[in-house]
Design a protein around this ligand. Structure first.
Ligand code: MN
Length: 425
């Protein structure tokens, strides 16, 4: 019975689960535990439906062992009558290949809420109505390299704005006006390209929880990553960024947005600045300090940075750091030495906190030296394409995949990245 003052309905907003991102057995286990815990809370809290705003999986064809575990867990939830709605993220979408999300949608386990077609150059989207609550869901999935911006630009916003009822807009993009500083190089969509006046804007892609409102856009919410898809996520978690998801209470309006923390392990962050020391001094000091640390049961992130006055950066061995901390009880150690250089060896001038940043800066700094006539290959566009092609080329051969099939798949993917033949889905 509905009592006065009691909220009628609830939905959960989860994002960026990145199932299959972690290969290390300990992290794999934590990754699944986070997903499992979140869904258990949804069941316990009796949410009416769950909305996952992209990057449910880390790849369009994810690690099958992890996917299987995740599917079993989702089946448990849907068997209790709780539907799961999804959009693609930048990871679980592929322009030319079927994604695990498509398979689960076809099987009826989850439901994609991106439905629409392009009519006379305008993107017309259709709402998905949740049968129990009457909530109306619609969204735009991510594309590679932030290309979903093109879809936002041709979106028929007016018809979406006119629709009556409780409306949720799901997206997997950074919003220009809210983009955190550390994501300066990320593509973003200006908020004005989103339809106005929705009750809730369910965001994915930003890996840190963030809630805000802008004029005409009352509630823009990112749950952040549920666990971790990148080393940077671990670094943030170790620096105190909490992980979790949201439960939204609503009837004809949002009544409350509650954050549910999902805690699966303790973290420890340790930063060491090696500036003005030679590699022998720095190594000795760092290892001594680390040997004093109580790392029992923790995931430890060690960041070594600065410019050594002499010796090689490689004298500070990640292997040694890991061994010491593992001996001190750490369940997993992540070492980031990308910010460590040496005065003696200055060949590497490009700096950054992680591989992705360094790659992107290297390409940016050098693209001018490449002489091509095609505009698409120059400047910003060229950088984006190069990074996307790198991503494709980095994919390994799958078990049971012949060399020939592998070559064909990579070629096809690379051609698709060049922007030939994508359809809206
Ligand atoms: Mn993500």
């Amino acid at each position: 019975m509905f009592l006065w003052g009691e909220t009628m309905y609830k939905f959960a907003h989860i994002s960026d689960c990145h199932i299959g991102a972690n290969r290390d057995p300990v992290l794999k286990n934590l990754e699944f535990t986070a997903f499992s815990k979140a869904l258990d809370v949804c069941v316990r809290e009796k949410v009416d439906f769950i909305l996952i705003t992209g990057d449910l999986f880390h790849a369009n064809i994810p690690d099958m062992e992890m996917a299987n575990e995740a599917v079993k867990k989702m089946k448990e939830v849907t068997d209790k009558g709780i539907p799961i709605y999804v959009i693609y993220g930048s990871h679980d979408y592929s322009p030319n290949q079927t994604s695990m999300v498509d398979i689960l949608d076809s099987a009826g386990l989850i439901k994609k809420i991106v439905k629409g077609k392009i009519v006379d150059g305008k993107l017309k989207l259709e709402f998905t109505v949740d049968p129990k609550t009457g909530a109306k869901l619609v969204g735009i999935s991510a594309r590679k390299a932030g290309l979903e911006k093109n879809y936002f630009e041709i979106l028929d916003r007016e018809s979406l704005e006119k629709e009556q009822g409780f409306k949720i807009f799901a997206f997997h993009s950074a919003i220009l006006e809210l983009k955190p500083e550390f994501l300066a190089e990320m593509e973003a969509v200006p908020v004005s390209l989103l339809p106005r006046g929705f009750d809730y804007y369910a965001g994915g892609h930003i890996h840190q929880h963030c809630e805000t409102s802008l004029p005409n856009y009352p509630r823009i919410v990112y749950p952040g990553a549920l666990f971790a898809g990148y080393p940077r996520d671990f670094e943030q978690s170790a620096n105190g960024v909490s992980r979790g998801f949201l439960i939204i209470h609503f009837d004809d309006k949002v009544k409350a947005v509650n954050l549910h923390e999902v805690h699966v392990c303790d973290y420890l962050y340790y930063e060491y600045d090696a500036s003005n020391k030679n590699s022998v001094q720095a190594r000795k000091e760092l290892l001594e300090e680390l040997s004093q640390i109580d790392a029992q049961g923790k995931v430890v992130v060690v960041k070594v940075k600065g410019e050594l006055s002499g010796g090689r950066a490689s004298d500070i061995s990640a292997h040694e750091i890991r061994n010491i901390l593992t001996e001190n009880g750490a369940i997993h150690v992540i070492v980031n030495r990308y910010g460590l250089t040496s005065k003696e060896y200055t060949a590497l001038k490009v700096m950054g906190d992680d591989v992705a940043t360094i790659e992107s800066r290297l390409i940016k700094e050098n693209i001018g030296a490449v002489h091509v006539t095609n505009e698409e290959l120059k400047g910003e566009k060229g950088v984006k394409l190069a990074l996307e092609i790198l991503k494709v080329l980095r994919q390994g051969q799958k078990l049971n995949e012949s060399k020939k099939d592998y070559m064909e798949r990579i070629q096809k993917a690379a051609i698709e990245v060049l922007g030939l033949g994508e359809v809206f889905r």
